[in-house]
Design a protein around this ligand. Sequence first.
Ligand code: GLA
Length: 382
Amino acid sequence: MDIQQLKKIFGERYGEPQATYSSPGRINLIGEHTDYNGGFVLPGAIDKGMTLALRVTGSDKIRLFSADYDELSEFGLNESDKPSQGWAKYVFGVVREMSKRGKQVSGFDAAFYGDVPLGAGLSSSAALESAFAFALNDVFELGIDKFELALIGQATEHNYVGVKCGIMDQFASLFGKQGHLIRLDCRSLEYQYVPFDPKGYKLVLIDSRVKHELVNNPYNRRRESCETAAAAIRLRHPEVEFLRDATPDMLEEARAEINAEDYMRAQFAIGEVRRLLDACDALVKDDYATVGAKMYETHDGLSKLYEVSCEELDFLNDCAKKYEVTGSRIMGGGFGGCTINLVRDEKHDAFIAGTLADYKAKFNIDASVYDAVISDGARRID
Ligand code: GLA
């Protein structure tokens, strides 16, 4: 699918589109599960995302066509009009969250497709929310700034999808900048663009093509563990708002009041906030060996302390070590998806060929490989 095909599909159903928009998925170099702990993240938008065509009708209905699923969803603008299709609630949520902020849209027709692989940890859902938030803000001239658009996407996840996510994915999708990572302070939303062009290295994603759908919403449980641990630390250190503010010593002091599981989660989160800052210092010095070492440490923590990895992703991480990749780790929320790999040019080909073969032999799955091309955020196409 491409934009021309999308316009054609739109044209056959609804007539000439008024405008087209696109918003990307993201990678994150380091700083995982730190966003909802008030810490830093280091994401970048990628060259894959969600693209939509749209036309305002002024009715009280939204007609939404998913070109990927070849499915139509029709729903109204009110809270009671929730669509039945899972994929449509991302758009419904955006409309509702805008309305809660006093920004009202009328009915519209839209069609969309995505080229960001689903379930790969590349934030296809944030790309969808951000594409619609950006587009509706533009066509209806609502005057919402990009910070608020990101918060609208995040609130959509919280209130209409049921994932208590942080702000990283929506922020990266909206604020992405070609050739730059974003060093984002998730508490204050202050951010800096960090040029990222590691000479002699490639940034490669290996998609395990597995997504373990676990019961009891393990992502939300991780967040609760962190909040519980932060609350226990706060009894002695009132200045600790989030785990971002805590030190390993503070965690030790409170150990008796924290259960073993929450303790492990907090250990990881506190360590990860520090690791990100160390990696940023190393990046400025073009010290990719240190950045890579930090990535491996993050994987270890995500696997053993945070327990969001899985057999397939641990195997891919071992492959990276075997083929002398500088840095590698599971990326995103976890339980499947991609590893992100920082690999020297001369090691690249052997790493890819070897890993694909080893992974196939072990799991009988063909992993996919994507170059991480750091690109611009949400935009109007025409
Ligand atoms: C998901 C969430 C983000 C973030 C990551 C883990 O992508 O949407 O907010 O918490 O997991 O870093």
